[in-house]
Design a binder for this molecule. Sequence first.
Ligand SMILES: C[S@@+](CC[C@H](N)C(=O)[O-])C[C@H]1O[C@@H](n2cnc3c(N)ncnc32)[C@H](O)[C@@H]1O
Length: 542
Amino acid sequence: MRGVGTLEQEEDMEVEVDEEDERMQNLRSKATELLLREEYNESIQIYSQIISICQESISTKNPDGAHLNKLQKTLCLAFSNRAEARARLLEFSEALKDCEEALRIEKSHFKTLLCKGKILLSLNRYSAALDCFKAANLDPQANENFDVVNGFLEKCKKFEFLSRTGAFDVSDWVLSGFRGKMPEFAEYIGAVEIKKSEISGRGLFATKNVESGTLLLVTKAVAVDRAIMPQDSGENAQLVIWKNFIDKVEESAKKCTETSSLISMLSAGEDEGSLEVPDIGVFRHETEVKSGTSCEKLDVRRMMGILDVNSIVEDAISAKVLGKNADYQGIGLWILASFINHSCDPNVRRLHIGDHVVVHASRDVKAGEELTFAYFDVLSPLNSRREMAKNWGFKCMCKRCKFEENVSYKQELREIDIVLGKGLVDMGSLVYRLEEGMRRWMVRGKGKGYLRASFWEAYSKVFGSEKMMRKWGRKIPEGMMVVDSVVDVVGSDERIVRVFMEGLKRGGGINGVVEMEKGMKLGRGIYGKVMKKQAMRTLLQF
Ligand SMILES: C[S@@+](CC[C@H](N)C(=O)[O-])C[C@H]1O[C@@H](n2cnc3c(N)ncnc32)[C@H](O)[C@@H]1O
């Protein structure tokens, strides 16, 4: 028989439980209201209080079965809701930890599975996200939320497929004149790896032979800042974009340890030879990146150095920004693309679509070759390129620069450059002088392409003028031959395609399959294999 003392103790406990219940009920209502009002920080505070109360009750009060059950349910829901609030603030690392806590209590908690799936989708971890949505779909609650769960399942399946195959297609969007819904992109890593580069530090390399236009990677920006700014907008306007961009990157790094870890792997312009070579798998996102010591090194100074070295403008020379206003300017950080070095004989180009950068081969590339962009205009002479590289903060160490710097006829090339700079001379005579020079200097193979690319401005003026072609046409090589040799070293480019088209026009237009296929190959080098022929023809104005 129980004594009077025990009964009194039990009654006291019941009163306590009722009070705790009421307090908890109030806190829960308040937190839900804040969550609905999108006051996420405030709701996180209240959910944290609920979590503390539950955890304390469980550990100190030794609750009985029913009470323990109730506390566990409240705790699970509080973790789940706090995860949702944190996810809304893009604090993905903390949000994921909350999801894990909630799922530890209730393995198949529907709301948490949905929340975790959405976070993983945002982190581009498509198959892990798919697993979450599949598990959520098994819950009876999925019936009431059929559209939501099914929507996420379909999206995940599509993204998982795209990230595995790289089968993107932007044809409809291009053909609609960039109106309508922008195509969705998932992150994709093709036949590439990161290795030590002979150019500088680390670089990205092809792991197999790929033809021009082959997609090599698609990656989402850590942050981008954009503005519509007419060309004459002053320096202040540029500074505002730069400042906003830095704030956005810092915010992303603060909120996500994975992002912070990945950024910390980038070069800050120091001795690049000693930098660690990360495994490409780290960027596949399917496995979580462990935040390590490198992450702690990401202080403000280093971050500024990293952004200075790795930020790229969307409308750069080797980037085709599809569907954007001409006065539009944007700067961003795309981590994996930041491992791509510059070369004056580049073999990849990029497209900017939304927040994604889509990198493809701009000419045929052999397995083991380093993949390189043009950070600046490489259809220009050695001296101008040296200046542009200096503005970027480095001395270009590419094969083409080494070749042009070491030839015995350097002085003669310099003289041609000076004449070109003055712009007064007949460009035909300049092209003739260079072609004659190359014959005397016995320049062969790629060397010819290098020098023609350096004096491209002169070639394009001659090939673009009926009058000059009448005068010089028989004395200089055919336009198509020059196009081939230049594309062979710098890849495809709109200006080269223009000369190709002018050549065709002179010959009476596109007359055969071979010409059409050649034009398409040049187009694929510019835009990549992300659109069908009709869309490519529209862009190239064939
Ligand atoms: C975006 S990073 C490229 C990846 C870098 N090599 C790394 O190891 O992280 C740009 C920096 O790489 C170096 N770099 C890129 N292209 C170069 C080139 N052609 N010649 C010399 N240095 C180059 C420069 O230091 C430049 O600031």
